[in-house]
Write a new protein. Structure first.
Length: 130
């Protein structure tokens, strides 16, 4: 048990997230029938690396909910807020955020907390940024 803990601690200390890491950029593909097997394997490998990098960043955000990681660029606050609203079972749920995505995520969470996530569809949300 102690050996596993030491290995895990060493892996975390030496993980790429411990160092400033350049974001993995993924290019949008073209018609996939024209890719060779080698190109497809390379794209899958790049996508797996990008997903792993995103997972690390999400984990870091979850561990430190009050402060974003130092390599995260936050959108500028311009005064214009996004407000999203939706109705579910006769209840109106409203949330605001600096970005449309944050307002949307908050209103969907409010809805799912009040009812059940199955009744909270993104297509039912209306957002504006007045």
């Amino acid at each position: 048990m102690i050996a596993k803990s030491l290995i895990l601690a060493a892996a975390l200390a030496l993980s790429p997230s411990a160092f400033a890491e350049e974001p993995i950029r993924i290019e949008v593909g073209r018609s996939y029938e024209k890719y060779s097997n080698e190109e497809l394997r390379r794209r899958v490998w790049q996508l797996e690396r990008a997903v792993e990098q995103l997972q690390r960043q999400v984990f870091e955000l979850a561990v430190r909910p009050g402060s974003p990681p130092s390599n995260t660029v936050m959108p500028p606050v311009t005064g214009a807020m996004w407000t999203c609203q939706m109705q579910s079972f006769g209840k109106t749920h409203v949330s605001s955020g600096v970005t449309k995505a944050s307002a949307l995520a908050q209103v969907l969470k409010k809805c799912s907390d009040a009812t059940n996530a199955i009744h909270c569809k993104e297509s039912d949300v209306k957002c504006d940024n007045e």
